[in-house]
Design a binder for this molecule. Structure first.
Ligand code: SAM
Ligand code: ZN
Length: 382
C-alpha cells in the first residue's frame, strides 16, 4: 500500500509500478495541478451561486478528487463518489474514512449513476480514461439548471486532429491539424457538450477551460430554455477556416456549410474545421474573480497560469505560433513579449496564451504580424 498526501488530504492506494489504467487503483501525481485548479474553480463557482452545494465525482478511482472537494471547498454539504471498479470503490470507502468525511460512495457504470441521480448535483465532475464522449449525453440529461460541469478529455490525438476520423466518430466534428490545435480541441469538445445539451433544452455558459498536450478540461455552467438554447447554438457554434500557406484564419458562427474555398489573403486552398465552439471559452468576470482570490496563493505555477488566462480570456479565437511563422519566413524568432508590445504600439490587442509558450493571441491581421516579426528579427541581427 502507498500513502499519498495532496492538498489537505491523505489517501491510501495499492502499490503501483507506473501510472496507467492497468494500475489496481488509478492515481496520477501529474494531475495534482489539475486538482488544485479544480478546487479553486469550484470555490469560485460556489461563491457565485452563494449556497451550499453537492458534488458528484463520477469517476472516483482513489476518491482523491471528491475528498479534496469536500475538505477544501467551502460550503460543500454533500459529496457523491462513484466508480465502476470494485477495488477502486473499496479504496474510496477506506479513504473517505481515513479523512473523516461523509460521502455517498457507489459502484455504478457512470451513465447509470448520472441517470439515476438526475437533478441531484450542483457540480458534476467527469474524469474518465480517454474520451468523455460516451458519458456526455447522460451528463447533460442529469445536469440541473445553474449547475457546473467539469469535464476532462485525454484523447487529445483525436481532438487535436492527429486521428481525424476518431474526432469525427467521437465528437462529430472535423478537426484541423493546425498550430492552434489545442485550442480547437477545447472548442470541439465544448460544441459537442452544447449540442448534447440542446436536445434537453439546456445550454452552456463557459466559465473556464484549458488545454495542455495531455488533456482538455472544461468548466461549463448549465442553463435551461429552448429559445435561449437556439440563440446559444446560433451565436457560438460554427467553423474555422484556415490557410496552411499563409496562416490566415477566420471563424464563422452558424451551421451553414457554404464557405469560400480560397484564402482571401493568398488564394490557396482554405481548410474548414468544425462544427466547433466559436464563442468565448471563458467567463472573463469569473476569471478576474479567481485571479483576485488567489493573489497570495503559494503555488507559483497556478498563479502564472491564471495570470495568462486572465490576459487571454477576452481575446479572439485561435493564436499564432511565432516559431512556425519564423521558420516559414526563415528568420530567427524575436522575444514573444517584444512582438506583443510592438503589436500593441500599433493599436492592436495582443497577449500570450496558456496553450503554448510560443503562442500569441492578437486581433492584428496575419500580414501585420509577419511585418512586426520581420522588423524585430532584423533589428536583433543587424
Ligand atoms: N478522478 C480520478 C483522479 O483525479 O485521480 C481519476 C479517474 S481515472 C482517470 C478513471 C476512473 O474511471 C477509473 O478508476 C475507472 O475504474 C473508472 N471508470 C472507467 N470506466 C467507467 C465507467 N464506465 N463508469 C464509471 N467509472 C468508470
Ligand atoms: Zn492564405
Amino acid at each position: 500500500m502507498e500513502t499519498i498526501r495532496e492538498g489537505k488530504v491523505k489517501i491510501k492506494i495499492p502499490k503501483f509500478k507506473k501510472v496507467s489504467s492497468e494500475a489496481p487503483v488509478f492515481y496520477n501525481p501529474a494531475m495534482k495541478f489539475d486538482r488544485d485548479l479544480s478546487v479553486i474553480i469550484l470555490q469560485q463557482f460556489q461563491k457565485e451561486i452563494n449556497k451550499e452545494i453537492s458534488v458528484a465525482d463520477t469517476f472516483g478511482a482513489s476518491g482523491i478528487r471528491g475528498i479534496r472537494y469536500f475538505k477544501e471547498v467551502k460550503n460543500v454539504n454533500k459529496v457523491f463518489i462513484n466508480d465502476i471498479d470494485e477495488t477502486a470503490v473499496k479504496f474510496i470507502k477506506k479513504n473517505v474514512a481515513l479523512n473523516n468525511i461523509e460521502a455517498e460512495v457507489s459502484q455504478e457504470e457512470a451513465n447509470i449513476f448520472l441517470r439515476k441521480n438526475r437533478g441531484k448535483f450542483d457540480i458534476i465532475d467527469i474524469d474518465p480514461f480517454g474520451t468523455p464522449s460516451p458519458f456526455i449525453d447522460s451528463t447533460l440529461y442529469s445536469a440541473k439548471r445553474d449547475s457546473l460541469l467539469c469535464i476532462t478529455a485525454t484523447d487529445t490525438s483525436a481532438l487535436c486532429g492527429t486521428y481525424r476520423t476518431a474526432c469525427i466518430r467521437k465528437y462529430n466534428s472535423v478537426p484541423l491539424k493546425t498550430e492552434y490545435c489545442h485550442e480547437n480541441a477545447v472548442r470541439i469538445l465544448m460544441a459537442f457538450v452544447a449540442m448534447n445539451g440542446a436536445k434537453y433544452d439546456k445550454y452552456i455558459v463557459p466559465k473556464f477551460s484549458h488545454s495542455t498536450k495531455h488533456y482538455v478540461r472544461l468548466y461549463l455552467k448549465v442553463k435551461k430554455g429552448a429559445k435561449k438554447t437556439d440563440k446559444c447554438i446560433d451565436k457560438n457554434i460554427g467553423f474555422i477556416l484556415h490557410c496552411n500557406n499563409c496562416f490566415y484564419r477566420e471563424t464563422r458562427a452558424g451551421l451553414s456549410y457554404q464557405h469560400p474555398s480560397e484564402c482571401p489573403s493568398c488564394g490557396h486552398k482554405l481548410h474548414v474545421g468544425g462544427p466547433l465552439w466559436v464563442g468565448k471559452v471563458y467567463d472573463p468576470e469569473f476569471v478576474k474573480e479567481i485571479r483576485k482570490s488567489i493573489v497570495s496563493y503559494a503555488n507559483q505555477k497556478i498563479l502564472k497560469f491564471i495570470e495568462v488566462c486572465s490576459q487571454e480570456c477576452e481575446m479572439p479565437a485561435t493564436y499564432y505560433d511565432v516559431h512556425r511563422i519564423c521558420s516559414d519566413l526563415r528568420i530567427s524568432a524575436p522575444k514573444i513579449d517584444k512582438i506583443i508590445n510592438s503589436l500593441r504600439e500599433l493599436g492592436f490587442r495582443a497577449t500570450r496564451t496558456h496553450y503554448s509558450p510560443v503562442g500569441i493571441k492578437t486581433d492584428a491581421p496575419v500580414e501585420t504580424i509577419k511585418k512586426v516579426i520581420r522588423k524585430l528579427s532584423n533589428a536583433t541581427h543587424s
